[in-house]
Design a protein around this ligand. Structure first.
Ligand SMILES: N[C@@H](CCC(=O)N[C@@H](CS)C(=O)NCC(=O)O)C(=O)O
Length: 202
């Protein structure tokens, strides 16, 4: 979702090639386009870029006029830090609350390590709200790569009914109001495939 959302929200035209996950053909289909054997993959002419953050950096570099990172160097460093933190961490959140945006009202157990991840997300959104968001609702005043990184977390909190304090509650509204996110959710509603491992909660 992250690379897709970044391109769509930035208004950059692209052709989407959907690869179904968790099928017998998945590894070969991904291997045909990605040396890392994972999606997402961006193909820019002859150039192949893989891994979400590398794709995001490449898009930001190719389309500087889209201002996909904050202009101020210190704010940009903060935005990069929380984006990298999201990219490399939050293992409990990933494991216990899999991305399943068609599902709603799911309840999962909340062990301490998962609550720690949720609290850290809340702390990040609250700090952005206090320091950078202004009235925009985006983490840094305009849509940025950081928003693409955190949008799937909003969808996970929505699926598993995670309540947020007022300081962080602004953010799901902004993400869910995005036309691009609405398009993503509408497309998900049309899908029929189910990944058993991602069907968590009751
Ligand atoms: N760090 C990578 C993680 C990529 C990743 O885990 N992709 C999963 C889908 S979300 C994948 O390709 N799964 C297919 C497979 O492992 O067969 C990124 O964000 O680009």
């Amino acid at each position: 979702m992250r690379a897709w959302l970044l391109l769509r929200e930035a208004g950059i035209d692209f052709e989407e090639h959907r690869i179904l996950l968790d099928t017998p053909d998945t590894p070969a289909e991904i291997a045909a386009v990605s040396p890392a054997g994972k999606v997402p993959v961006l193909q820019l002419g002859d150039l192949t870029v893989w891994d979400t953050l590398a794709i995001a950096e490449t898009i930001a570099e190719r389309w500087p006029e889209k201002q996909l990172w904050p202009a101020d160097a210190e704010v940009r460093a903060f935005a990069r830090s929380i984006s990298a933190e999201m990219h490399s961490g939050f293992t409990m959140l990933r494991e216990c609350m899999p991305m399943n945006c068609r599902a709603m009202g799911r309840k999962v157990p909340l062990p301490d390590a998962l609550t720690d991840d949720i609290d850290r997300v809340i702390a990040i959104w609250s700090e952005c709200h206090r320091r950078f968001s202004g009235d925009s609702g985006w983490l840094f005043g305009n849509f940025s790569i950081a928003d693409a990184m955190f949008a799937p977390v909003v969808l996970r909190f929505r699926t598993y009914g995670i309540n947020l304090p007022e300081s962080a509650g602004f953010y799901p509204h902004r993400i869910l109001e995005s036309e691009a996110v609405q398009e993503w959710l509408a497309a998900a509603e049309c899908e029929v495939e189910v990944i058993d491992a991602d069907e968590k909660g009751t």
